[in-house]
Design a protein around this ligand. Sequence first.
Ligand SMILES: *[C@@H]1O[C@H](CO)[C@@H](O)[C@H](O)[C@H]1NC(C)=O
Ligand SMILES: *[C@@H]1O[C@H](CO)[C@@H](O)[C@H](O)[C@H]1NC(C)=O
Ligand SMILES: *[C@@H]1O[C@H](CO)[C@@H](O)[C@H](O)[C@H]1NC(C)=O
Length: 203
Amino acid sequence: MDAFFISVWILAAVINTGTSLTCTMCMSLNGANCVSTENETCKSTVTTCETVMLEFKIKENVTTALVRSCTRFPFDCKVPYRSFSGETFSFMFQVKCCDSDNCNTDVLSFPPRNSTKNGVQCPVCPVAVDATQCHSNGRNMECTGEETQCLFFAGKMLHPAGKFLQLAFRGCVHSDTCKEKIPPYPESRLEEGSTFQCSPGTT
Ligand SMILES: *[C@@H]1O[C@H](CO)[C@@H](O)[C@H](O)[C@H]1NC(C)=O
Ligand SMILES: *[C@@H]1O[C@H](CO)[C@@H](O)[C@H](O)[C@H]1NC(C)=O
Ligand SMILES: *[C@@H]1O[C@H](CO)[C@@H](O)[C@H](O)[C@H]1NC(C)=O
């Protein structure tokens, strides 16, 4: 090897160690916190660690999850809080991303649901599982707190327990949830081809 190749090789090694981030890793289903037993070395394309807290309520089933890891879905970091409320389906999502080794140790908690009506009304339907449509048949719900827009979703969404669910639902959504177009999996938890349609409600 001549000096040129040696220096390229050393440079590559330095860049490689310089970019491989380590994150605290743990997961708790239906628990408010999790204690790390492992550190995860991120893929070289991942530049942030995250703490994600989710609550997913479908019919009577509530699943909460707290996950610390290398950032799994890069789009997550763009919107730190999202929520949706419908008739038989709701979700809340909170994330904190950070970019230094093992920085993802934040203790998160959801703000209490703000149940003050905000004057916006949205079409609503009971969540339809394994379906691509759900009809409001003219029924509306009154939105509360910061949920000031309407959402129609039809598609596949990753459940916190790790499986994609085919769902259709309508209801009120936090305005931040609608700020940016959501790219499909693996950038986000929504499968390619899903409809995520925000619209202003009636007041
Ligand atoms: C993870 O890394 C931190 C900081 O380097 C260290 O204090 C901790 O012991 C590590 N945890 C495990 C489970 O290896
Ligand atoms: C709730 O979850 C359990 C276990 O995953 C499942 O067997 C049951 O069908 C679910 N119920 C509803 C109403 O979705
Ligand atoms: C709750 O929501 C209402 C209606 O949007 C708003 O006026 C109020 O400031 C919110 N309260 C808190 C504590 O955020």
